[in-house]
Write a protein that binds this ligand. Structure first.
Ligand code: GAR
Length: 190
C-alpha cells in the first residue's frame, strides 16, 4: 500500500475525487492533504473524508521543512491538484520523480507562471482554440515543464464560454487523473 499526499490551494475537487477513488483499492491511499491557503475548501473536504490535513506558509515550503514531514508520514507520491506555488528544489530533490502535477491545458500550450485555473480557460477561449485538454506531468524546477505522463483532449466550440470549458476540463480530470495515478504507481513501481 502506497501513501499519497495531495497539495491543493483552492477547492480541492480533484483531491476529493482521488481520495474517493483509492478508498477501496489496495494499491494506495490518500493519507495527507496539504495547502498553503488556510481558507481553502480542500480543508473542509479533508475533514469530511477523515484525511489528515496540513496548512503551511510559503516560507515553510521554501525552507524544506515539508520534506521531513512528508518523510515522517512515509509518503511515496506527491500529487499537485490545483496547487498554486512553485515547488522548491529541495522538495524535488527529496522526492525525485515522485511529484506529479495536473495542468488544465495541453502543455506546452497555456503553461507557465500565472496560468492557473480559469486564467487558462479564458486564454483558450480568447484565442478561439478548437480543442483543449489536460496534462499530467512530472514536476521539475520550472513551472509546467516536467516530462509529460498523460494528456487527454476535448473540443472547444465557438459558443463555449470559459465556464463551459472549465466544466469540460474538470470532467476530464475526474475521469482520468485517479486512473493515471494508479497506473503510475503500478508501472513505475514506486
Ligand atoms: C484544476 O482544473 C487543475 O487542473 C488546475 O486547477 C484546478 C483545481 O481544481 N491547476 C492548475 O491550473 C495548475 N496550474 P480543484 O481545486 O477543484 O481540484
Amino acid at each position: 500500500m502506497k501513501n499519497i499526499a495531495i497539495f491543493a490551494s483552492g477547492s480541492g475537487s480533484n483531491a476529493e475525487n482521488i481520495a474517493n477513488y483509492f478508498k477501496d483499492k489496495a494499491v494506495a491511499e490518500v493519507v495527507l492533504m496539504l495547502t498553503n491557503n488556510a481558507n481553502a475548501f480542500v480543508l473542509e473536504r479533508a475533514k469530511k473524508l477523515a484525511v489528515e490535513s496540513v496548512v503551511f506558509s510559503s516560507e515553510q515550503l521554501k525552507s524544506g521543512e515539508l520534506a521531513s514531514l512528508l518523510n515522517d508520514k512515509a509518503i511515496d507520491l506527491i500529487v499537485l491538484a490545483g496547487f498554486l506555488l512553485k515547488i522548491p528544489e529541495n522538495l524535488i530533490a527529496a522526492f525525485p520523480n515522485k511529484i506529479i502535477n495536473i495542468h488544465p491545458a495541453l502543455l506546452p500550450k497555456y503553461g507557465g507562471k500565472g496560468m492557473y485555473g480559469d486564467a487558462v480557460h479564458k486564454a483558450v477561449v480568447a484565442n478561439k482554440e478548437k480543442e483543449t485538454g489536460i496534462t499530467i506531468h512530472y514536476v521539475n524546477e520550472h513551472y509546467d515543464e516536467g516530462a509529460i505522463i498523460f494528456q487527454a483532449k476535448c473540443a472547444v466550440s465557438e459558443t463555449d464560454t470559459y465556464e463551459n470549458v472549465a466544466r469540460k476540463i474538470h470532467q476530464l480530470e475526474y475521469k482520468h487523473f485517479p486512473r493515471v495515478i494508479e497506473d503510475f504507481l503500478l508501472k513505475r513501481k514506486l
